[in-house]
Design a protein around this ligand. Structure first.
Ligand code: PLP
Ligand code: ZN
Length: 484
């Protein structure tokens, strides 16, 4: 086995496999969906079986040893190179500090508030563009570099539609790679947060706005991909799924490769993330890196819940139907027709076969519970976005339905940093949610700045006396007692 600092020398061989018709395609072409049936792809290492020759213990030891590497190409998501995309060369790897995000167990106070439930947040907002999308983007951009070199291309236009974070990540990686790759992002006008709009603008990407919702933007991008020579960076792009599998590998490593009895909660939007996490878990299980599997819970808002609606039906009569979305604070997951739905069905099936019925479930939560999940988490030292709040709401829903016990550790995906979605906190604190959200603030969760002195006092008092008066007002407000 390779020394931990050395870039691996063994290469696999990746092929696109269509989930619709089973067709296989070469990865030297820039495929996005199946040219035969328009189905979505998975990427498969056709030499995966050779990895079984190495015992699970040896893999665990290798990945643990790599945790100390100084080699940037192996510091981030490619610590797990062999499990992900073992076709790239060291010089292809784009590393901007993504991955290896911490898992923070909740304080006893938060756990007590939730009836003694054990829980932890994986802070994926600590990625460079402040969301998990960097994982997939690091892999997709590394592959684009690889492909451009192999095909001697010197220019490439990379396009994505986005609920905000995909475009922030794509623009960041494109800006870093520079020469050759130009990034264009298509956003639903007014449906991304000001922070998420500022990110691609700051990275110098071309930002195009379409009035409507994400699903409209997605159709624009698909038209471009079908008819023009552009690289698509949405999660239909199977390379992104591979990169996002690193979330599962890291979670396993954090818990010393023991995930049995744990429950992983993931918000579902376009369903790429939950797909990747299930795929990653199954790979580790197949190689004996894990000897048991966790349960996986998808969470959706009642305002955007097509996957929940599908799994609510009894097999085998389940019918998938897109829904029309309405306003959601979990805006990054506000998607009515998730492109990765066939992938979810594929891996959910496999997970249930390996880990038993109930290993994959989807719970539905209300907008009020989502925003309050975020506020409650952050009041206890977490840095969760609204989608992380959605996970907390999902955990509570699962508890209420008796699907999970308090002593099973729930690992919640805080998919982005709280600051990206801080406008929703503002709306809660100011009671300014438009009616379509259906959110009524509760006094005990509201927090607002309190004035201590009237600015007009400055006319009456000199600066020193003004500060003195302000200090006395603070003393009165806080009821402080003078030093004895
Ligand atoms: C993209 C995104 C999601 C949804 O993930 P999918 O892979 O589309 O299901 C959730 N939270 C945040 C912060 C996101 O950026
Ligand atoms: Zn096909």
């Amino acid at each position: 086995m390779a020394p931990p600092d050395q870039f691996p020398t063994r290469r696999g061989s990746m092929e696109y496999v269509c989930l619709g018709c089973g067709g296989r395609f070469d990865t030297t072409e820039l495929h996005y969906t199946c040219p035969e049936c328009s189905g979505v792809f998975l990427l498969e290492d056709t030499e995966f079986d050779a990895l079984r020759d190495t015992p699970g213990k040896a893999w665990r030891e290798l990945f643990d040893a790599r945790a100390m590497t100084k080699n940037p190409a192996l510091r981030g998501i490619f610590r797990f190179y062999e499990l992900m995309a073992p076709v790239m060369e060291e010089r292809d790897i784009v590393y901007l500090g993504e991955g290896q995000t911490p898992i923070i167990e909740s304080s006893p106070a938060l756990s007590a508030k939730l009836g003694g439930q054990r829980l932890a947040f994986k802070n994926d907002g600590q990625n460079p563009s402040a969301s998990f999308k960097d994982r997939g983007m690091a892999c997709a951009f590394s592959f684009l570099g690889h492909l451009m070199r192999a095909r001697k291309m010197d220019e490439l236009l990379a396009v994505c539609a986005s609920t905000g974070d995909t475009s922030a990540a794509a623009a960041l990686y494109a800006a870093y790679v520079g020469s050759g790759i130009t990034s264009v992002v298509i956003l639903p006008e007014g449906k991304v947060t000001p922070q998420q709009l500022a990110q691609p603008l700051g990275s110098g990407a071309t930002v195009l706005e379409v009035p409507g919702v994400f699903d409209d933007c997605m159709k624009v991008v698909e038209h471009l991909a079908d008819n023009y020579d552009v690289a698509l960076l949405n999660s239909k792009n199977a390379w992104r799924i591979l990169g996002q599998e690193s979330y599962a590998f890291e979670t396993a490593q954090w818990f010393d490769w023991d995930l049995s009895g744990k429950c992983i909660f993931v918000p579902i939007g376009n369903a790429g993330n939950i797909t990747a996490i299930m795929s990653g878990l199954l790979k580790m299980y197949e190689l004996g890196i894990l000897t048991g599997l966790p349960r996986v819970f998808g969470v959706q808002s009642h305002h955007a819940d097509p996957v929940y609606r599908y799994y609510r039906q009894e097999p085998p009569e389940r019918i998938y139907q897109p829904v029309n979305v309405s306003a959601s604070v979990a805006q990054a997951a506000m998607i009515g027709d998730p492109v990765s739905f066939p992938r979810v069905a594929h891996f959910a099936d496999k997970l249930e076969k390996a880990a038993g019925p109930g290993a994959f479930q989807v719970v539905q939560v209300e907008e009020q519970a989502i925003i309050e999940g975020m506020l409650l988490a952050n009041r206890h030292g977490h840095i969760s976005c609204t989608q992380g709040g959605e996970c907390l709401a999902g955990l509570l829903a699962a508890r209420e339905q008796g699907l999970i016990d308090p002593d099973e550790l729930a690992v919640l995906d805080a998919t982005a940093h709280m600051l990206k979605f801080i406008g929703f906190q503002e709306m809660y604190f100011n009671d300014s949610f438009p009616p379509e959200y259906g959110i009524q603030p509760k006094a005990e969760l509201v927090n607002r700045p309190e004035p201590v002195i009237d600015a007009a006092e400055l006319q009456r008092l000199d600066r020193a006396a003004y500060a003195r008066q302000a200090a006395e007002n603070v003393v009165a407000k806080l009821g402080l007692k003078a030093k004895g």
